[in-house]
Design a protein around this ligand. Sequence first.
Ligand code: PAF
Length: 280
Amino acid sequence: MLICRSVSECRKAVADMRHQGKRVGMVPTMGFLHHGHMSLIALAQSHSDAVIVSIFVNPTQFGEAADLEAYPRDEDRDLAMLRAAGVSVVFIPDTDTMYPSGDETIVETTRLANMLHGQIRPGHFRGVSTVVARLFNIVQPDIAVFGEKDYQQLQVIKRMVADLHIPVHVIGAPTVREHDGLAMSSRNVRLSSDDRAAASILSRSLNIAEAAFPDVTVGEIHQIISKTIASEPRAALRGLDIVAAETLETLEGPVSGPTAIMISVAFGDILLIDQRVIAP
Ligand code: PAF
């Protein structure tokens, strides 16, 4: 497994793979890998001949400096997991490489980035699209895999790729869950044991909402989720959006087409997200 830290090393590694006629898959990550990431890598491997994983904790997508500081990191462990998974190349740039001194270019999906979770975390999706555009320019993969758990992020990236004519096929990967249904996330390790036990309320509320389909209105889904989350005293519902699955436009009245339910729930200062796409 090749480890690249500079743009030129990374470009050379990709050029070598292409020279061997390989289709290149990419999985961008912020490290501290878990089973969820490994499932993205497995999916990328099934769509390509060689996979490159990037590890970069992107400062521009964090609102609070404290959140960025607190983000867990363990490069040695990540590298061992990537080696065991048969990843070909790991790209680990530093901040000066991704944001060279004097840089001033941002990439923003103006509508998608500033709605829903984008209103709770202003600037977050602009940071994501800016760094992913830069990573795509450096690596130029044929395909790239992102988790469906970060559903709005996936739609932002698909929109950006379409709008900027970036020649990469973006694939969404199903969410990997713990035994009790909690979506895997690097944030889960920061939960206290009581909050960790309570956090299965996110997926349970989505299960209950899904069971009510197809004869249900948007207002009723709202009530089901709010009531279920409120039944768990440790959880505070921070965001609940019931939207058209592709455009993320807010829905009203009886549910008809593919619908995405997106929730964000706080346990103390830790915000967890989950989502479900339901095609009635
Ligand atoms: O989902 C993530 O881990 C990050 O948002 C991403 C896509 C790697 C961009 O920094």
